[in-house]
Write a protein that binds this ligand. Structure first.
Ligand code: AMP
Ligand code: ZN
Length: 495
């Protein structure tokens, strides 16, 4: 069964069959965070998309070399124009908090790594910082000047986009269109108002470096071209970002990379549509955002947040609501309960041919959906059907071999979903001669005191001391665990 993999390439505006340049290895660059504040869950939609994409490629057997940049200089508050204006986001925050900009970047970079860990986003191969690559950026800018694409003016360097004939091929903002459009810039030293800065002179800027053109700092776009090529080579297989990155950021990345190497920069451009709130883009500037921390403080499960953000197709905008998050929480619970009951199935017996067939079909359907431009909502629908059908088998008694097969199938999907469904929230406590935890190895790790209390409560229950048993249950609840008494034993969940 050959299953094709197709991605919608923003460059061609079509779905294309995906084939990496090097057999079996995929190079992928993701535009990462500007570390001036906590990332909001809109940003995380973009990073979780990149994570699911990577995980699916790995599921299909590719090795993925993934790089995500950390922007710690040059990203301006007004970034809809190629030549970003306003203030450097990091420096703005530094002034607000009366701190050093490098300190700000360090703090929020740390917060970013904490957040992605909570969301179970796999670590990339490399997270290069812009400020660690000033030398490389200067070198590329020099090349662009040598090739006639860029020019120096009063200590700044600009890209003359009339010198790059392909400008606009990604976003449609060609030189002709720009010329016909509204003129926005007033910087006199530029050849064309739409030229954008590669290197900026600004004595007021705090972060400054020496360069052949005097002291200054890099424009935002140059970092991604330079670091992408440094770690992944001149031509990358995949480059991702949110839809707002298409123009100007990615259009400029192409001009810089291809202008300097003469080679194609990126083969497949994939862009995540925005996460919305009440129909508007979730963004810092609009103030309509939730950080991951906001939601965790409200008591939401990070798995549910992850699920919500990945469950809609990436090329369809997703409206965020707390109701949506609550229903995501229920879905995750349902998956967890499913996995847990399969794990608990102990019944011996002949395999049911129906199970094998369901497994075969769901795998095929899952891959067919994911292979079609990562149609995850369709893929999840197939998984739901599978869960429903297997649950029917479970309720009439599932044999341990079938249970294992279904369990492994579900965990296979979870390699892509990243919900850690094997970190089952339950344990079953069997009362035998001695109290013991069955299968505790892969189950939720409990603090020793909690284990002791459960054992004590089981004893009390056997002795029909209900009141004391209830007291212990409440005590355990306060320690963050919920007990459920079932026919097979006690199930423990994290509250
Ligand atoms: P920034 O930190 O502003 O450079 O943004 C980091 C990434 O998040 C970029 O790829 C953006 O395109 C993406 N992004 C920003 N806002 C949203 C949103 N509301 N929904 C989805 N992605 C977003
Ligand atoms: Zn970028």
């Amino acid at each position: 069964m050959s299953m094709v993999l197709k991605f919608y390439n923003t460059l061609s505006n079509k779905k294309e069959v995906f084939k990496p340049l090097k057999k079996g290895v995929v190079s992928m660059y993701n535009c990462g965070p500007t570390v001036y504040d906590y990332a909001h869950i809109g940003n995380f939609r973009a990073y979780i998309f990149a994570d699911v994409l990577r995980r699916y490629l790995e599921y299909k057997g590719f090795k993925v070399k993934q790089v995500m940049n950390i922007t710690d200089v040059g990203h301006m508050t007004v970034d809809e124009e190629a030549d970003g204006k306003g203030e450097d986001k990091i420096e703005m925050k530094a002034k607000e908090e009366k701190k050093d900009p490098f300190q700000i970047a360090k703090e929020y970079e740390k917060a970013f790594f904490e957040d992605i860990k909570k969301l179970n986003i796999k670590k990339a191969m490399k997270y290069p910082r812009a400020t660690d690559h000033i030398k490389e950026m200067i070198r590329t800018i020099e090349t662009l000047i040598k090739k006639g694409c860029a020019y120096e003016a009063n200590g700044s360097v600009y890209y003359d986009i009339t010198r790059f004939k392909d400008y606009g091929k990604l976003s449609g903002n060609t030189v002709d269109k720009l010329k016909a459009g509204k003129r926005i810039d007033v910087i006199r030293e530029k050849r064309n108002w739409f030229d954008f800065a590669l290197w900026k002179k600004d004595p007021k800027h705090i972060m400054q470096w020496d360069s052949p053109w005097g002291r200054g700092f890099p424009g935002w776009h140059i970092e991604c071209s330079v670091m992408g090529m440094k770690y992944l080579g001149d031509t990358l297989d995949i480059h991702t970002g949110g839809e707002d990155n298409i123009f100007p950021h990615h259009e400029c990345e192409i001009a810089q990379a291809e202008g300097s190497t003469g080679k194609r920069f990126v083969r497949y451009w994939l862009h995540t549509r925005h996460l919305l709130v009440n129909g508007e883009k979730m963004s810092k500037s609009k103030g309509n955002f939730y950080t991951l921390r906001d939601l965790l403080e409200k008591g939401y499960d990070p798995k549910a947040i992850r699920y919500l953000l990945l469950s809609g197709h990436y090329r369809i905008r997703l409206n965020f609501t707390e109701e949506g998050l609550k229903s995501a929480e229920e879905t995750v619970r349902r998956f967890q309960d499913f996995v847990s009951s399969l794990k608990g199935a102990k019944q011996k017996g002949k395999p049911n041919p129906k199970v094998k067939k369901l497994v075969k079909n769901v795998k095929k359907d899952f891959e067919e959906a994911m292979g079609d431009d990562l149609n995850i909502s369709l893929a999840l629908g197939k998984v739901f059907d599978f869960v429903r059908e297997i649950n029917k088998v479970i309720s009439s008694g599932i044999g341990n071999k079938d249970a294992k097969l279904a369990y492994e199938t579900m965990l296979g999907f979870d390699k892509v979903l990243g919900l850690k469904l094997d970190e089952v929230r339950f344990i079953k406590l069997y009362v035998g001669e001695k109290l013991k935890f069955k299968d505790s190895v892969s189950f939720l790790k409990l603090p020793k005191e909690v284990e002791k209390l459960i054992e004590k409560r089981e004893k009390l229950r056997k002795e029909k001391k209900w009141k004391e048993a209830d007291d212990i249950r409440n005590k355990i609840r306060k320690m963050g665990y919920i007990l459920e008494d079932t026919e097979t034993g006690v199930r423990v969940k994290k509250a």
